[in-house]
Each structure stands twice: as structure tokens, then as C-alpha cells.
Design a protein around this ligand. Structure first.
Ligand SMILES: O=C(CO)COP(=O)(O)O
Length: 258
């Protein structure tokens, strides 16, 4: 019997400026009820420049919606032009930060070592990392999705102690399913999410593995979320495009009604 509360997180990527962010979060706040928040944890990951506006709204209106950033520097301060540090994000009361999203790995050359340093930076400042892992199409075609993804998991968690890992969120995002409309089947999602949980049990303990939330991400929509959430090792979703439409995101949060 699982006690994991599903986490539905909207990764806005490079969309919505700070004014649009306020309007969007207001729409979510208007639609979401206590019943929704009791069943599901709801979070948004806006661009950095929106975070202060989102914080002010969430604090001012005492909203139950959580928020976080899409990236974090591995360093805490210093001469790192363009980077945003853990202390800055924790000052903005970010609950979450995405680490190692495939777009960061692909376009910014983020290796498992860099992701590992970012996971550690997040924990150092009390922010929960959402560590993203997942294979590309070539790996999937070769049937190597499980070993490939587990190796990213191992790399991301290297040297991270159990008392931190028990609160981490892992997002399994097969790269071929991101923004393509190509959704992994519920069985595909379960295969890798189950393997991730198994690996966490090996690396740490079954008890820890049973606590960690594992999300699926990749072309999630209101029409496909229920079947994905029905899988035993899927504890939520990281939602890109569909999270930019407030009504659609709320429908995803209410996956049990689908
Ligand atoms: O990358 C994703 C979330 O982080 C998934 O994006 P899409 O939902 O647009 O496929």
C-alpha cells in the first residue's frame, strides 16, 4: 500500500513572462480546491525571472500551490555569469528545482557529474531536486532504456546520503516522448519507473525506495494521464506543453476524474 502523494509539476520551460506567470497561477488558484490539494501536490516550475512574482502571489494569497526553478548552479556564489544559486532560490522559498532535464543535458552539455553537483547544491540549501533521467530514441530502439536510465540515476545520486535521497523526486522522461506527442505507453513508463525504484532499493533500502516519488514526463495530457497514473511505480508527472494551458493542467491534476 503506497502512501506517496502524487506530484503534478508543470515545467513551463522558456514560456510565460512574469506578468503571464501571475495570470496563469491566479487561474490555477481559482480552479484548484482543497480536495485537489488533499489528493495531489501541485507545483509549477516557471522561468527564473518569474519566481519572485510567483512567490509574492503564493505568499500573499496563502496558496497551496508549490513552485520551483528549472535549474540551479552547482556553485553557491561567485564568478559564474548567468547562473542562479541555491541560496538565491531558497531565499525565494522554492520547494523544488529540476536537475538534469534532457534539454539541459542536450543543449547545455550537462553530464551526470554536473547533475550530481546540482543535486547536492539543491539539498545543501533545502530545495528538493527533481532529478530528470531518460533515454533517447536510439537507446530505446536498441532496447537499452533500463540500463541507460539507471546509469544516469547512479551518476546523479553518487555520494548523496539516504536522509536526502528519501525526499528526492525522480522524473523519468524518455527524450523521444518530450514535446513530440509520442507518449510512452503506460507499460513503457512502468518498466523504467519500476526499475528506478528497484535501483533505489539496491543503492539504499526498500524502505527508502518506497518513499521516493517517481514521475513520468513526455507528452502528458488530460487524455493519457489516468492510464499512466494507474501504474504502481508512477507517482505523478512532469508536464511541459500541457501545463501552459491552465484548464488542461487542472484536468491533469484531477486525473482520477478522467
Ligand atoms: O519535458 C517535459 C517536462 O519536463 C515534457 O514536455 P512535454 O509535456 O511538452 O512533452
Amino acid at each position: 500500500m503506497t502512501t506517496r502523494t502524487p506530484l503534478m509539476a508543470g515545467n513551463w520551460k522558456m514560456n510565460l513572462n512574469h506578468l503571464e506567470a501571475i495570470a496563469h497561477v491566479q487561474k490555477l488558484a481559482f480552479a484548484l480546491t482543497d480536495k485537489d490539494y488533499d489528493a495531489v501536490e501541485v507545483a509549477v516550475l516557471p522561468p527564473f525571472v518569474d519566481l519572485r512574482s510567483v512567490q509574492t502571489l503564493v505568499d500573499g494569497d496563502k496558496l497551496k500551490i508549490k513552485y520551483g526553478a528549472q535549474d540551479i548552479s552547482a556553485h553557491d556564489s561567485g564568478a559564474y555569469t548567468g547562473e542562479i544559486s541555491g541560496p538565491m532560490l531558497s531565499k525565494l522559498k522554492c520547494t523544488y528545482v529540476a536537475v538534469g532535464h534532457s534539454e539541459r543535458r542536450q543543449y547545455h552539455g550537462e553530464s551526470d557529474e554536473i547533475c550530481n553537483a546540482k543535486v547536492k547544491a539543491a539539498f545543501r540549501h533545502g530545495i528538493t531536486p527533481i532529478l530528470c533521467v531518460g533515454e533517447g530514441l536510439d537507446v530505446r530502439k536498441a532496447g537499452q532504456q533500463v540500463p541507460y536510465t539507471l546509469s544516469q540515476l547512479d551518476g546523479g545520486l553518487e555520494g548523496v546520503p539516504a536522509d536526502q535521497v528519501e525526499s528526492i523526486v525522480i522524473a523519468y522522461e524518455p527524450v523521444w516522448a518530450i514535446g513530440t506527442g509520442e507518449v510512452a505507453t503506460p507499460d513503457d513508463a512502468q518498466e523504467v519507473c519500476g526499475a528506478i525504484r528497484g535501483r533505489l532499493a539496491e543503492l539504499y533500502s526498500q524502505e527508502l525506495a518506497d518513499k521516493v516519488r517517481i514521475q513520468y514526463g513526455g507528452s502528458v495530457k488530460s487524455g493519457n494521464i489516468a492510464a499512466i497514473m494507474a501504474q504502481p511505480d508512477v507517482d505523478g508527472a512532469l508536464i511541459g506543453g500541457a501545463a501552459l494551458d491552465a484548464e488542461e493542467f487542472v484536468k491533469i491534476v484531477r486525473f482520477r476524474d478522467q
